[in-house]
Ligand binder design. Structure first.
Ligand SMILES: [Zn+2]
Length: 387
């Protein structure tokens, strides 16, 4: 006999529509009562095996989560599994890795980790990013070719580093662009030609205009975006991953750099101070914001709920946060080219499909306000993996 889990409360589907009741029949979502008339043969009328009440979503989506990344180089397979399971336990069921040195395709098809959409390895210039993380190009002109190569290694995304501190400028050093606008435009074209979308790390204001002009699909951090950039991003349908957990560290970065790089310190303090207002501006302008923990390297895995709690602190409503962080982010990832997009669209909460569900017994609005969006139950590929 099939195992039936009854869900009641608010069940939000991949489409954004919601139902007050749904059932998991051997892990498969159905919106029709399996004990009801006409379907009794699948089970026999009677009580479900388990009942869950509360709020149900097709999982949190973390679009900036470096599974497989290590500060000294690619991590061992078991470390990648540990990272991915920490994210799953936090309720994250879909990840875009936003750049990692390790190939984590061995995790595909496993039910104990999130679905992962890969973006190859970061592409940067020598001394213009954190050591050991990126492919470092001696010749900036090689960017389009390298982007095409990373597109083949990924699942429909490529990630470049668009700005970083240029220490060669000494006292005057600030976070500044790595690439000329023309090479950026060629690189985005190369990504698109290879069947991938492109996203870019950008802290500074100066990096944003050329990225938008080049036709970038998505911006990571975007902490220096001005009003003109925000309206341009909205008009072009460019999504932004605000990473407030990361920008909370900017004041510390400023303090650490003050003596040697005062201009950089001033820049980072300005970016730090505007971070909450910027998030509100992005949402008001109609930019699709994407949830990203930036886990990996220095930040811990499983911290996406902390990011969303900061969104609440910045003044976003709980309803908007849960929409942006679940079905809207999933729809965005599913909307593009590549194998990852297909997987994003085929998993989650779809009537008739194996279910990926995150369940909160308590109202997510209360959990967010308390800074603790901890799931009650996590179901991945129809299997309960936490309670
Ligand atoms: Zn990152």
């Amino acid at each position: 006999m099939a195992r039936v889990v009854a869900l009641s409360g608010r069940v939000v589907l991949n489409s954004g529509q919601s139902a007050s009741r749904a059932w998991l029949v051997d892990g498969r979502l159905t919106l029709r009562d399996p004990a009801g008339a006409g379907s009794a043969e699948s089970r026999g009328a009677g009580a479900p095996d388990a009942e869950l009440t509360g709020w149900f979503y097709p999982g949190l989506v973390d679009v900036h989560c470096h599974i497989g990344l290590g500060s000294e180089g690619p991590v061992a397979r078991e470390t990648a599994v540990t990272q991915a399971r920490a994210d799953l336990a936090a309720g994250t069921l879909l990840v875009r890795d936003a750049g990692a040195q390790a190939d984590t395709h061995f995790l595909d098809g496993r039910g104990d980790v999130p679905v992962i959409i890969r973006a190859g390895q970061h592409v940067a210039r020598p001394k213009r990013y954190l050591r050991h993380l990126a492919v470092e190009l001696d010749e900036a002109a090689d960017l389009p070719e390298e982007v095409a190569r990373q597109a083949r290694a990924g699942d429909g995304w490529v990630k470049i580093v668009a700005d970083w501190i240029d220490r060669s400028a000494g006292q005057e050093a600030v976070v500044a662009p790595l690439w000329e606008p023309a090479v950026l435009a060629d690189a985005v074209a190369a990504a698109h030609e290879a069947g991938a979308r492109m996203t870019a790390h950008a802290f500074s204001t100066e990096a944003i205009g050329p990225l938008l002009e080049a036709g970038i699909d998505c911006i990571e951090h975007g902490s220096g975006m001005l009003e003109e950039h925000i309206s341009e991003a909205a008009a072009r349908g460019v999504a932004v991953t605000p990473t407030l957990v990361q920008s909370a560290n900017f004041a510390e970065f400023a303090a650490a750099g003050q003596a040697k790089f005062p201009a950089y310190a001033a820049q980072m303090r300005w970016l730090y101070e505007r971070r909450f207002a910027l998030l509100a501006q992005l949402v008001d302008a109609g930019v699709q914001i994407l949830p990203g923990s930036d886990a990996g390297g220095t930040l811990a895995h499983g911290t996406l709920p902390d990011e969303l709690a900061l969104w609440a602190e910045a003044g976003l409503s709980a309803g908007d946060i849960m929409d942006f962080a679940t079905w809207r982010a999933r729809a965005y990832l599913a909307s593009g080219p590549g194998a990852g997009a297909v997987q994003a669209g085929a998993t989650g909460l779809i009537d008739g499909a194996m279910a990926d569900v995150v369940h909160y017994e308590q109202d997510p609005a209360e959990l967010l306000a308390a800074g603790a969006l901890t799931p009650t139950t996590v179901v991945r590929a129809g299997e309960h993996s936490g309670a």
